[in-house]
Design a binder for this molecule. Structure first.
Ligand SMILES: [Zn+2]
Length: 127
């Protein structure tokens, strides 16, 4: 049986193949040892589209596009939005999810951790 770990609502790791996979269509996004965002489609959004001004004038409570950009990441196969990131313009994409696969797989193999319906659980009998 395939070992799938849920990382978020829209993202999984196939532990057998050590690959990121889309949570909706199971598309192989790329090696789980790398930044998942490298395998996703990215769209830069104008922050004022998402956080529209609340009042008119210079200070309107909307983010200034000169100071912040919003990046949306999508599955290249089904288009599911996997992640969103707010960054200053020019800042490189960050790596927000890094899993120690070697340790995780070792702890699963030893029985210390259990994988149930995609979620990790401490094996109380082994503690
Ligand atoms: Zn997908």
């Amino acid at each position: 049986m395939k070992q799938i770990l849920h990382i978020g609502d829209n993202l999984n790791i196939d532990l057998d193949n050590e690959q990121w996979v889309c949570g909706k269509c199971d598309h192989n996004i790329g090696p789980a040892s790398e930044n998942v965002k490298y395998g996703l489609l990215v769209k830069e959004r104008d922050p004022t589209e998402i956080h529209q001004p609340l009042i008119s004038g210079e200070y309107n409570f909307a983010p200034n596009p000169d100071w912040i950009r919003i990046l949306e990441f999508y599955c290249p196969q089904c288009g599911l939005q996997v992640e969103t990131e707010y960054l200053p313009p020019g800042h490189p994409i960050t790596n927000t999810t890094e899993i120690d696969l070697l340790s995780l797989k070792s702890r699963l193999a030893s029985g210390e951790l259990l994988l149930e319906a995609g979620h990790l659980k401490l094996n109380e009998g082994k503690a």
